[in-house]
Design a protein around this ligand. Structure first.
Ligand SMILES: *[C@@H]1O[C@H](CO)[C@@H](O)[C@H](O)[C@H]1NC(C)=O
Ligand SMILES: *[C@@H]1O[C@H](CO)[C@@H](O)[C@H](O)[C@H]1NC(C)=O
Ligand SMILES: *[C@@H]1O[C@H](CO)[C@@H](O)[C@H](O)[C@H]1NC(C)=O
Length: 430
């Protein structure tokens, strides 16, 4: 009699389990179809909370976002405190260990493992991520932009520390749609290899899926200013056009393409020799390394023989990453391109690809020739490494990504931004 009862209880429990599982399945499928039952409220567990934050939890991010000086000042002091800086560091070994159990890693780190909306699912993106150090920066960036419908090609410099390569390889192996580039190269600053790293990822991404609509390239010190849904909406508004800096080349930069260059060890040097003019009399335009382009642009880069000739010609120039994409963007018949006429010039401020603060364009509020407010962090090679005090202004800009962020300089800026974006992403879907 007792045994019989136990059997019934077991059966009932199993039935209940099956029913709950079914209900969850149905609910999950509803997320994908855009119909959101009250179940979605339980997505709160995907918020970044104080319980799983690092040492940055002592900061008041909402006050920082509102530009409250006291909170910003506190964050600034904390960011330069030695003990705090030390406590923020995470070793490469930690990532190698933590990503051994992928399921746990993804849960603990709160990766999104399902598309948050139908709109995003129908509009996959392709990312090229060129990295050489600071694994924590990379992982926080990946977590911020990760969505299962997107594709991520990661290029780690062959000269990177072996532990950096191991840690990043370990992290990528936890995701079917995140992969290491098939042909990594040794990147030399301002030399051709910087472009080659992106080209190799472009080829892999183009090959791995025909579904993605837009391509975005990143480096390890970028961070998004928008949620995936906001990025998708911004790209849809482009209606197939590309968004990147592409302007008349200033006289002061022309030496870069008039003279030939070569590598001596790890530095690029002029050879003194004149270069031939570019193929097909292509007008060379000035821009930067970071682009937002449609799939057709990438197809042209990989298949258009005019571009192949341009690439060959560009290989011994100085900093080809700062004119190649800008030039291709103005070639007739490249999908999403514009005419080379100066009226179509686009500055980095007008393009949505990347927000960068150069020291010489900064100035106080009310200054007539300043392009943006003063950097609240510190400068590296005249570029602002953002501090928490930059956030309030930054998130009002239309750019999809900003450069540079650095966990070693100001992890609070990253911390507040990642919390803000995750919260926004989860509120958007109600
Ligand atoms: C953080 O700042 C906000 C805005 O000033 C304030 O309303 C809130 O009480 C603060 N939270 C804490 C824990 O101090
Ligand atoms: C990683 O795991 C190994 C072996 O389990 C252990 O000895 C080591 O201390 C761990 N390292 C970190 C940083 O957790
Ligand atoms: C991917 O690359 C392989 C090997 O080069 C090639 O055979 C295949 O056709 C490519 N696939 C796509 C979709 O381009």
């Amino acid at each position: 009699m007792r045994l019989l009862k136990r059997g019934w209880l077991d059966l009932l429990l199993k039935l209940a389990f099956i029913l709950v599982s079914l209900w969850m399945l149905v609910s999950l499928s509803h997320i994908a179809t855009g119909w959101h039952p009250s179940f979605i409220l339980s997505l709160r567990w995907l918020e970044y909370t104080d319980n799983n934050g690092g040492p940055e939890i002592v900061c008041n991010c909402s006050a920082i976002f509102q530009g409250e000086l006291e909170a910003i000042e506190e964050a600034k002091i904390l960011a330069i405190t030695r003990d705090f800086r030390k406590s923020v560091q995470i070793s490469d070994d930690f990532y190698i260990n933590a990503s051994e159990n992928c399921r746990k890693f993804k849960t603990d780190r709160k990766y999104l493992t399902f598309p948050l909306s139908q709109e995003e699912e129908n509009f996959p993106l392709a990312y090229s991520m060129v990295v050489h150090h600071k694994v924590q920066n990379f992982e926080r960036l990946l977590r911020a932009i990760y969505a299962p419908q997107n594709f991520y090609c990661v290029h780690v410099d062959t000269k990177a520390n072996p532990s950096v390569i191991s840690a990043i390889t370990a992290i990528t192996s936890c995701f079917p749609n995140v992969f290491m580039v098939s042909k990594p190269v040794k990147v030399v600053y301002s030399a051709w290899s910087r472009v080659q790293a992106d080209l190799n990822c472009m080829a892999d991404l183009y090959n791995i899926s025909t579904k993605w609509k837009y391509f975005i390239n990143l480096c390890g010190q970028d961070f998004p200013l928008k949620t995936n849904l906001e990025i998708v909406k911004a790209l849809q508004l482009l209606r197939g056009s590309n968004s990147l800096e592409s302007e008349k080349m200033p006289e002061s930069k022309k030496w870069r393409i008039l003279k030939s260059h070569s590598l001596t060890g790890d530095t690029i040097q002029g050879t003194g020799q004149d270069k031939k003019p570019p193929p097909f009399k292509l007008p060379i335009l000035s821009g930067n390394a970071y682009i937002v382009v449609n799939r057709g642009y990438i197809r042209s880069v990989l298949e258009d023989t005019r571009i192949h000739a341009l690439i060959e010609w560009a290989k011994d120039t100085y900093s080809p990453d700062e004119f190649l994409w800008a030039t291709i963007q103005r070639m007739p018949d490249v999908p999403g391109s514009t005419r080379p006429n100066i009226k179509y010039d686009m500055t980095d401020i007008n393009a949505i690809a990347r927000l960068v603060k150069w020291s010489w364009h900064e100035g106080p509020q009310g200054s007539l020739d300043a392009v943006y407010p003063e950097c609240q962090g510190s400068h590296v090679r005249s570029i602002c490494v953002y501090g928490a005090g930059d956030l309030n202004w930054m998130i009002k800009q239309h750019h999809l990504f900003a450069n540079k962020f650095d966990v070693d300089t100001d992890s609070i800026a990253i911390y507040c931004l990642e919390r803000y974006l995750r919260h926004k992403a989860l509120s958007e879907i109600h």
